[in-house]
Design a protein around this ligand. Structure first.
Ligand code: NAG
Ligand code: NAG
Ligand code: NAG
Length: 631
């Protein structure tokens, strides 16, 4: 903290005025000249009244003075420095300093003051520094400081102030530093500081401020710092009108409760160089939030709740050197999210949830310090290698690297750079704990998807109109896509969200084909696409025609003839279909109408398979892979 204990040293002054060394004065005081008396730490309960009245410096610190009545200091009208720190003062009478018009510095810190009454500082027209920190101030009456037209530094930190109003600070037109940190401030009224046109430093950290209206400082062109860290702010301070804060180079909002950075949040801060927004709850940053911050050198967004970086949030930051995004929940960085950061040197992304190495977002940058440790990265590409290779400091450790075929290109580029030591395989199990640099490229393999079975799951003979249920069970890395190829060559994928009409292929391999026709017999192929692909086929033999009774009234009579002429009945049924039986058309989707037409054409020359029940026919397995496969 700002300790001010550099009181005028006794010994050198004593030597200087050797003759005066132990000199006139009360027994409790050591006066080294007619201008300076040190009465500190003497258990005094009041101001000594027998000292030289020409004193300019009087030390009364660390005594037991409880009150300062209005005449206590009358005798010492030449005082320039008065030290009353470390006493037990609870009240100061109005007018106690009224004759100290030469006083430059007044130290009242570390007392027990609760209230500052109007008029208490009356007469201190030359005061430069006033120290009121470490008291119990809850109330500052309107106009208390109105006689302090020369005051430059005001210490009010470590008190119990709760609300700040413009009336409290009237008359401080020369103030340059206002220290209000470590109070209990919840509310700062608009325009509280507006008249302090020379204010340079405004310290408001460690309070409980929940809103801060920038119009209370707007237009203060000398203002260089506003510290608002450790408060209860839920949004970045805004003003009614666009604030104008051209002198602010540092803005600190660390440890607040901001959830969102909206468009033009910092529009008044054209010369901002350092912006600290760490340890808030920021989950949303508007694309235009930082647009105007062309001079910003460092931005700290660590310890927030960001999940994805998209849009061109940072595109206006053409002078940025440091982008600190660690300790968020970032899963994804869009390819152009870091575009425009041509001067970026430090990119901190550690302790996030990145699953994919941000090749594209980083490839256009020239960072020399890249931090990616403790993410969920599993793979590195050849582009990743080129990025890491040109970066002087890389931290990558504690990611769950999968040392498989996807890393082959990266592995082949490895040439002993020091970052390579940090890549330790998490999987496959056989390589767990090995450094990637110690695994030959040939051992980086991928398991191709495996079709464990492909079968019909409904039993008994199938006839037209039935539902055909199949299962194609696939085991493989990263849930391979399942594609079903129908006998007519059409393919249906498990990754399509939309209904495929009669044919449904679910990601778990459950396949359903509704309302089957004879055309649905034939060879089905299940294809599993993962890293490489595998396929397996299944032959569905003949599907029985629909019993004539259900087809049309005309055929009811004929069905009774039955016997060995089933083929003929089927032919009649098909003719009925060709005639455009409404019964069918109503139940079909447009897409399937084409299938229906094909169906009829094929059935004009039916192939007799000679089987009535559906069995798994010849199943063939055919595998291909894009790279070396594990034996
Ligand atoms: C002040 O009082 C304390 C205890 O009452 C005593 O120990 C100390 O010596 C006193 N100091 C002086 C300078 O008298
Ligand atoms: C912070 O502000 C919220 C309202 O925005 C309030 O409910 C809460 O009590 C405040 N917390 C503190 C510590 O003042
Ligand atoms: C496949 O998924 C569907 C829908 O989610 C579910 O109804 C069905 O039981 C699953 N089948 C198996 C074999 O898990």
């Amino acid at each position: 903290m700002m300790a001010h204990r550099q009181h005028v040293p006794l010994v050198p002054l004593c030597l200087l005025f050797l003759l005066l060394c132990p000199t006139t004065g009360a027994d409790d005081c050591t006066c080294s000249s007619q201008y300076f008396c040190n009465c500190n730490s003497q258990n005094l309960t009041g101001v000594p009244q027998s000292l030289n009245s020409f004193l300019t410096i009087l030390g009364l610190g660390n005594n037991r003075i409880t009150t300062l009545d209005s005449d206590a200091l009358n005798r010492y009208q030449q005082l320039e420095h008065l030290y009353l720190y470390g006493n037990r003062m609870t009240t100061i009478s109005t007018g106690a300093f009224r004759n100290l018009e030469k006083l430059f510095e007044l130290e009242l810190e570390n007392n027990e003051l609760v209230v500052l009454r109007a008029g208490v500082f009356q007469g201190l027209g030359n005061l430069h520094t006033l120290e009121l920190n470490i008291n119990k101030l809850r109330t500052i009456e309107a106009g208390v400081f109105s006689s302090l037209g020369s005051l430059v530094v005001l210490y009010l930190h470590y008190n119990e102030l709760q609300v700040l109003t413009p009336e409290m600070f009237q008359g401080l037109g020369n103030l340059q530093q206002l220290h209000l940190y470590n109070n209990l401030i919840t509310t700062v009224h608009p325009r509280t500081f507006s008249h302090m046109t020379k204010l340079q430093y405004l310290y408001l950290f460690f309070n409980k401020i929940h809103t801060f209206d920038l119009s209370s400082v707007s237009g203060l062109t000398s203002l260089r710092r506003i510290s608002l860290y450790n408060n209860n702010l839920t949004s970045v301070p805004q003003g009614n009108t666009a604030p104008h804060l051209p002198g602010i180079t540092h803005f600190n909002m660390l440890t607040n409760k901001v959830t969102e950075i909206s468009a033009h949040s910092f529009s008044g801060f054209d010369n901002l160089q350092y912006l600290r927004l760490s340890y808030n709850k920021i989950s949303v940053i508007h694309e235009d939030a930082f647009n105007n911050l062309r001079n910003l050198r460092e931005i700290y967004l660590n310890g927030n709740s960001l999940r994805l970086l998209d849009g061109q949030i940072f595109s206006g930051l053409g002078s940025l050197r440091m982008l600190s995004l660690e300790q968020n929940e970032i899963e994804f960085i869009s390819p152009d999210a870091l575009a425009g950061l041509t001067t970026l040197d430090h990119l901190k992304l550690e302790d996030n949830k990145l699953k994919v190495f941000p090749d594209e977002p980083i490839s256009g940058l020239q960072v020399s310090n890249l931090y990616l440790q403790r993410n969920l990265l599993s793979s590195l590409s050849d582009m990743s290698y080129r990025i890491l290779d040109r970066t002087s400091r890389v931290i990558l450790h504690q990611n769950p690297w999968k040392c498989d075929c996807r890393m082959i290109d990266f592995r082949r580029l490895m040439r002993g750079r020091s970052f390579e030591d940090q890549i330790v395989c998490d999987s496959p199990v056989e390589l767990h704990g090995s450094k990637l640099k110690d695994v030959p490229a040939g051992e980086l393999t991928c398991l191709i998807p495996l079709i464990t079975w492909f079968e019909v799951t409904n039993s008994g003979p199938m006839k037209e109109g039935d539902t055909l249920s199949l299962v194609c069970e696939v085991w493989g890395y990263k849930n391979p896509e399942i594609v079903l190829q129908l006998p007519n060559g059409k393919q249906v994928s498990s990754t399509l969200r939309q209904s495929q009409g009669r044919v449904q292929v679910l990601p778990n391999g459950t396949i359903t084909i509704y309302d089957i026709t004879q055309e649905d017999s034939g060879t089905y192929v299940c294809i599993a696409n993962g890293i490489g692909s595998t396929e397996r086929s299944l032959y569905i033999p003949e599907i029985q025609p629909k019993p004539a009774s259900q087809v049309s009234l005309n055929t009811v009579h004929m069905s009774k003839l039955a016997g060995g002429i089933l083929g003929a009945i089927a032919a009649v049924a098909i003719l009925a279909l060709l005639a455009g039986t409404v019964w069918y058309k109503r139940r079909r989707t447009q897409a399937d109408e084409q299938v229906l037409v094909d169906n009829v054409q094929v059935n004009e020359t039916p192939e007799a398979a000679g089987e009535t029940s559906v069995n798994v026919g010849d199943t063939t397995e055919n595998t291909t892979t894009e790279s070396e496969s594990r034996a």
